[in-house]
Design a protein around this ligand. Structure first.
Ligand SMILES: Nc1ncnc2c1ncn2[C@@H]1O[C@H](COP(=O)(O)OP(=O)(O)O)[C@@H](O)[C@H]1O
Ligand SMILES: [Mg+2]
Length: 519
């Protein structure tokens, strides 16, 4: 390794930015922390995205936490997926201890226990937070196809189904609506419509229906519907601090498609709504995707392309995205290439696979002063990382072995009672807690069936009456075959179908990246 004094000087200069910065920690050189060689990310470069990687238990989530704290303090809103619930402590001041202060002192951090304004959300009916929903129309056929893993033919078929629903004034709000429309098109009554539509086979419709059932098992039923979450709610401030929105995601590994759908919908929606701001001194919103491998694993090529495209474009809207995962090899190359800041915690090299991942990781780093970067990465302590970021001119900073700062908020899950109290007090709760089931495709289709049945009954009555008058001609006996197809359609006849109190919104099909339709 180069002379310690040289390394210290290189890092000092390399990380001396003009504008505000997020303080990550201090350089470690020859096992000594160097508090005056601070390692930081320029606030103006946070929208150039980043990666926090490392084996389990090496400090990734804490890094996310300390970054989120400083962003909040700088007035930047934060959104983070809180997979294991261990980020919820960010809402409360941390716990002081001798051990903690010993750590913070050596790296020049003036540690003060601080809690940050936090809003808790939940997805798919699980968790204590305020429920987040989006409508089927807003998610749109393209994104939906991608998360359902549909092939091209099936995707264009789903597009046709949306098109049909749009033209027929059948509003698609929840999964029940979409299923009702597909079932209608493949039913006796819908035959004509299906034919007119062209290009949609009953077999493909069946495949899509089955995919939707699998999706519903992940909690998608509770996710789709109204009131739809207004993504502008993520951009809140409280007392000059950016609000940290935490999305609880219990049992995420069992429902990755729901997570992907929601996150991509969110990004697409923000992209659609936010103005271009170009370069600015700080981002508007920063996303942290903890356990990001769940977003990429088993995802189709088309879906991965969409992520890469979204990440590329959203930075000019002032949105930064940080992926948090075990190995950089979890992240597709297209995405990895766009991540300006890299915080690499310890990687292990036990298995040949580990060794391969380590080698790949080292190869993604710029030239460094460390003769064997792989050796450094495997020998990092907990809460230490190898870091390089993008400087204010967009060039990579010197690779620095860093001891990270400690979060100032609680490094453990929040007390459930405190969290519940915060949810109960939130104005978002009254806005989103109750789902609304206004008249949409399912009710309309049910009403049509009802209307058909009523006509039929009238005809029957006329036939009966005719029978009693022997002299008249035989009444028409034409009957539409009407068999009860059970389930969806029959169970809503007589429900909200008649309450025609809502207009069907004319859909503005504002086609964004995912061709998502907006309210
Ligand atoms: N920056 C840090 N300051 C103080 N302690 C830390 C820091 N990073 C990690 N730790 C300690 O290591 C533990 C594991 O960190 P965590 O971030 O949960 O790991 P990961 O997310 O990589 O599994 C934490 O509970 C904490 O005790
Ligand atoms: Mg973690």
């Amino acid at each position: 390794m180069a002379e310690t004094a040289d390394v210290v000087e290189t890092v000092k200069q390399g990380y001396a930015f003009e504008g505000a910065a997020i303080e990550l920690g201090a350089l470690l050189a020859g096992d000594e922390p160097k508090p005056d060689a601070a390692v930081r990310i320029p606030l103006s470069m946070v929208n150039r995205h980043g990666l926090v990687a490392g084996a389990t238990g090496t400090g990734k989530t804490k890094t996310l936490q300390l970054m989120a704290e400083q962003l909040s303090a700088a007035g930047v809103s934060v959104f983070a997926a809180d997979i294991k619930g261990d980020l919820s402590g960010i809402s409360q001041p941390g716990q002081e201890s001798e051990k903690l202060l010993a750590r913070t002192r050596t790296i020049g951090q003036e540690w003060t226990a601080t809690g940050f304004p936090t809003e808790f959300y939940a997805l798919g009916g699980q968790g204590a937070g305020v429920p987040i929903r989006a409508t089927i129309t807003s998610v749109g056929p393209v994104l939906l196809s991608k998360v359902l893993g549909l092939n091209d033919v099936q995707e264009s078929s789903l597009g046709l189904i949306f098109h049909y629903a749009d033209k027929a004034g059948l509003t698609l709000l929840d999964l029940k609506d979409l299923r009702a429309v597909i079932q209608h098109l493949t039913s006796e009554e819908g035959k004509g419509d299906l034919k007119e539509l062209g290009g949609l086979s009953a077999a493909t419709a069946g495949v899509i229906l089955r995919a939707l059932i699998g999706f519903a098992d992940q909690g998608a039923e509770a996710f789709f519907g109204e009131p739809e979450f207004d993504t502008a709610d993520l951009m809140q401030q409280r007392d000059g601090k950016g609000v940290i929105s935490l999305l609880e995601l219990p049992n995420l590994q069992d429902r990755p498609a729901l997570f992907s759908t929601f996150l991509m919908w969110l990004l697409a929606d923000l992209f659609h709504d936010l103005p271009e701001i170009g370069d600015s001194d700080k981002p508007k919103l920063v996303f942290f995707f903890d356990e990001a491998h769940l977003l990429f694993n088993d995802a189709s090529k088309a879906f991965l392309d969409s992520i890469a495209q979204t990440v590329r474009l959203i930075r000019s809207k002032g949105v930064g995205v940080f992926f948090v995962t075990q190995s950089p090899t979890d992240v597709p190359d297209d995405v990895l290439a766009q991540l300006g800041s890299r915080v690499q915690h310890q990687l292990r090299a036990h298995t040949p696979n580990d060794a391969k991942a380590l080698k790949a990781t080292v190869n993604t780093y710029p030239e460094s002063a460390y003769p064997d970067l792989g050796e450094v990465i495997t020998s990092l302590g907990i809460g230490e990382a190898v870091i390089t970021v993008m400087n204010e001119r967009g060039a990579p900073t010197p690779v620095a072995w860093t001891r990270l700062r400690a979060p100032e908020s609680l490094m453990a899950p929040s007390d459930p009672a405190a969290m519940q109290a915060s949810v109960d007090a939130s104005p978002r709760r009254s806005k989103y807690a109750e789902s609304i089931d206004r008249e949409s495709a399912r009710e309309k289709l049910a009403a049509r069936l009802e209307e058909g049945a009523r006509k039929q009954a009238e005809e029957d009555a006329a036939t009966e009456a005719a029978k009693e008058k022997p002299a008249t001609k035989k009444a028409p006996t034409r009957r539409t075959e009407k068999k009860d197809d059970g389930g969806i359609i029959s169970d809503v006849v007589g429900s909200s179908a008649f309450k025609d109190f809502m207009r069907t919104a004319a859909r503005e099909i504002a086609r964004g990246m995912f061709k998502t339709g907006r309210r």
